[in-house]
Each structure stands twice: as structure tokens, then as C-alpha cells.
Design a protein around this ligand. Structure first.
Ligand SMILES: *Cc1c(COP(=O)(O)O)cnc(C)c1O
Length: 280
């Protein structure tokens, strides 16, 4: 059910290895790894999944696919859906609606929203935390580690990937025999360290701060330009995390790297629309 290839990638005259988790089926990227636990097992009691987060989240789209495959109802809470998105749905939002998602706007944020969602738990309902930040992710991410461990040892490679909640990087570091390096794209290095603490003790990834401070989800011309250069070099990456990841990699001059492509291409549709509107 899981397993993707590793491809060579030459960028700015340097040679990289890229793990193509963006090509995984039936759903792609690190969310496929995170939700593998649920895909693989039968849950006779479960009738629905409830989750929450932003209206264009990659996790939301992947969960909609999981629920479609499983025949589960999918209810998703978000605190705002802009009018233009309601009028012309696109990207992850459209994809998830097509898969049957019921989306509900709610006037709660942060811990209040999270506590409200957690209170909806019953024996027929699976609650999935924002972005798939769940310990159950470990099973699928360990499979990813098993797929690349030997390859990295043989080729003397470090593993690099950009982080949101840090769940993927954390469990990779736990199960790999080589160094895992990451950079925070949501919040700063301190935030990411806290995320690692919440997931457990033991070996944690090396954290490199991005070259500049970025606000997650905001548009930055330099990040778009880098994304385009990467695409022209032969691989389409995601627009939220990967440009920050690649900028960090280049900034610190990291060599002998296996870069994990964590998917997210469905989300590029909405990011590209926003970039077009802003910069034409
Ligand atoms: C969800 C996601 C991430 C962040 O993963 P974490 O495990 O939360 O760090 C990175 N890249 C892409 C494309 C994603 O969809």
C-alpha cells in the first residue's frame, strides 16, 4: 500500500536525492504515512471522522479521501471560509467537498476550538487532531524510515524535510540510523522543540532556523521564485513548506541529502491563485 521511489535531482549544480512520497497512492505525501494506521485497519464501530483546521489544509483533503475509501462521514470545523472560496471552490477545499466533506464554520480558535472538538468524541466518532498531529502516525512514518534507512547508510546521506507540526520529522529521527534535519515552517524553532517534547523523549531531529522569519501561509515573492526554479529543474514541490525547506538547505549549504517530498500538490492550486492575484 505504501512505497515510493527515490529519484536524483540536480538543483543549482548540486546533486540531491528526493524521496517521492508525492507519488504515493491512494493518497499522497506525509498524510498518507500519517493516516496509514487508519487506512490499514478495520474499525467496525467508526461511522465518522471529525477534524479541524484551516479551510485549505492538506490534512483536510487527505482525510476526505480516507473517509471516502472507508465509507465514513467526514465533518470538518474551520473558523473562517472566505466568500470568494465559497463562490468558487478550488484546491484542497474543492477536492475535499467532492469527496463528501461536510464543512462547518465555527467561531472558536486555538484551545477553545480544540477542546470543543475533543468533546464531540463518542464510540462511533474518530477525532483527528489538526494537521494529523497524532501518535498513531508513527506506524506509517516508521515504514517510510524502513524504506530509506539502508539507502541513506549506503550513500552516506542525511535526511532533510521541512516541518509543520514536526510529527513526520520526529518519528523519522526516532526510526532512522542517520541524522534527520528539519526547519520550522509554522512557528519558530522553540515551537518545534515543544512539538517534539509533546511527542515523546529520545532522539530528536536537528533543527535549523530558516534564513528569514516567515509567517505560515503568507505569500513571499522570493519563495514563489524558488518554487518555480525547482519546478523548472524537474520536480514540482509544495508551495507552503518546500520553498522554505529548500531555501534553508541552500542557505546552510547542506550536501549529501535525501530530501523527503511530502506531497501537497493539490494545495498548490489555491496558493498559485493567490500568488497570481497578488503579483500577476
Ligand atoms: C502536512 C505537511 C507537512 C508538515 O508535516 P508535519 O508532520 O506536520 O511536520 C509538510 N509538507 C507538506 C506538503 C504537508 O502536507
Amino acid at each position: 500500500m505504501l512505497s515510493s521511489s527515490i529519484t536524483p535531482f540536480i538543483f543549482k549544480n548540486n546533486f540531491y536525492h528526493v524521496k517521492r512520497d508525492d507519488l504515493l497512492k491512494p493518497f499522497e505525501g506525509n498524510k498518507a504515512r500519517k493516516f496509514y494506521y487508519f487506512l490499514k485497519r478495520d474499525f467496525p464501530e467508526i461511522k465518522r471522522v471529525i477534524s479541524f483546521g484551516s479551510n485549505q489544509s492538506n490534512a483536510m483533503y487527505s482525510l476526505s479521501k480516507l473517509c471516502k475509501i472507508k465509507g465514513w462521514e467526514f465533518i470538518y470545523y474551520t473558523n473562517h471560509i472566505p466568500l470568494f472560496l465559497k463562490r468558487s471552490p478550488h484546491g484542497n477545499y474543492l477536492g475535499a467537498l467532492k469527496n463528501g466533506m461536510k464543512i462547518i464554520e465555527i467561531d472558536l480558535k486555538g484551545d477553545d476550538l480544540r477542546n470543543f472538538i475533543l468533546s464531540l468524541k463518542d464510540k462511533n466518532t474518530l477525532i483527528i487532531e489538526e494537521g494529523g498531529r497524532i501518535k498513531k502516525s508513527e506506524e506509517g512514518i516508521k515504514i517510510l524510515a524502513d524504506e530509506i534507512n539502508e539507502y541513506c547508510l549506503k550513500n552516506n546521506l542525511k535526511v532533510f524535510l521541512p516541518s509543520g507540526t514536526g510529527t513526520t520529522a520526529y518519528f523519522l529521527a526516532k526510526h532512522l540510523d542517520v541524522e534527520v534535519i528539519t526547519t520550522p515552517c509554522v512557528g519558530d524553532s522553540e515551537y518545534l522543540k515543544k512539538q517534539f517534547d509533546m511527542l515523546g523523549r529520545g532522539k530528536i531531529p536537528t533543527i535549523l532556523s530558516p534564513k528569514k522569519k516567515y509567517h505560515f501561509g503568507k505569500l513571499y515573492k522570493n519563495l514563489y521564485d524558488l518554487w518555480r526554479e525547482l519546478k523548472i529543474a524537474g520536480i514540482e514541490f509544495d508551495l507552503l513548506y518546500d520553498p522554505i525547506g529548500w531555501e534553508t538547505l541552500l542557505y546552510y549549504g547542506l550536501r549529501n541529502v535525501l530530501y523527503i517530498h511530502q506531497g501537497g500538490l493539490q494545495g498548490n492550486i489555491s496558493m498559485l491563485k493567490r500568488y497570481q492575484r497578488k503579483y500577476n
